[in-house]
Design a protein around this ligand. Sequence first.
Ligand SMILES: Cc1ncc(COP(=O)(O)O)c(C=O)c1O
Length: 304
Amino acid sequence: MSNSYVFYQGKIVDESEVTIGIRSKAFNYGLGCFEGIRAYWDEEQKQLFGFRLKDHYTRLLQSSKSLNLNIPYTADELSKWTIELLKKNNCKRTTYIRPIVYNDAQDIGPNLSKPDTKVVIYCQPLDKYAGKSELSVGITSWRRLEDNMLPPRTKATAAYLNSALASLEAKRAGFDEAIFLTSGNHVCEGPGENIFIYKKGKLITPPASDNILEGITRDLVMQLGKEELGLEVQERSIARTELYASDEVFFSGTAMEVTPIIEVDHRVVGDGKQGEVCKKIKELFFNLTVGKNPKYAHYCTPVY
Ligand SMILES: Cc1ncc(COP(=O)(O)O)c(C=O)c1O
């Protein structure tokens, strides 16, 4: 179900007023980039909180710069528009926000040099993305794109074909989701989420140099691991079989939030249930996303 108002080119308009032409480079070649943001509804406070809006829009501006797309708004302006949009749609549930910046030039050829840049933001209700609270995942035969091919850091629309192929393969093989390896055979990430392992008191996640998207949730999970749980947190390459031998494995991401992985390639992880570290991080996460932890309240922008 979509909401009826969207942000488009500096205005909030009815969604039916926005169309994309069949000649658009965004449609023909996937020339664009996007973000995924959540706003969390808290029933107790009857309040909706935009989560880390400025961080998401800062990443969008960085992605756009790599793709030679010029956004005529600052991260603060886009954050304000997002709050306006949520209000206009009268969103009173946890909501997913999708800003897209795209090249709408209509001539033939995958050309980034003279873009006709458009900015659109839409939103829709989203509760649990995975539809399950514990996941079984499989390593995909598709390799993660590299920074020098189609940089995962840019959250480019076109790069999500790589994600979609991996997910399709994993789901057809009976898994809930895929895990990518890099071309150097290091564990990379899921199609739309970062990955963590926990073993012997250490929380470990692949480094930025292993072609991951540097997730905003990943950043928060590392902070929570270090500052709230007192764990040693490492960013280092992970080998495939380390996943099988870990005490815990979990995903992090805006859509996926913090979700435990209890099986990898049909090998049970730990004792086959959500682990204690993942559970504690989830509790901290869901408490702070609705502004209930003063230390992290600056991440939450109240809408009403
Ligand atoms: C490929 C990929 N990795 C990781 C993530 C998680 O990033 P974030 O926590 O910023 O949502 C996403 C989601 O945007 C993603 O698409």
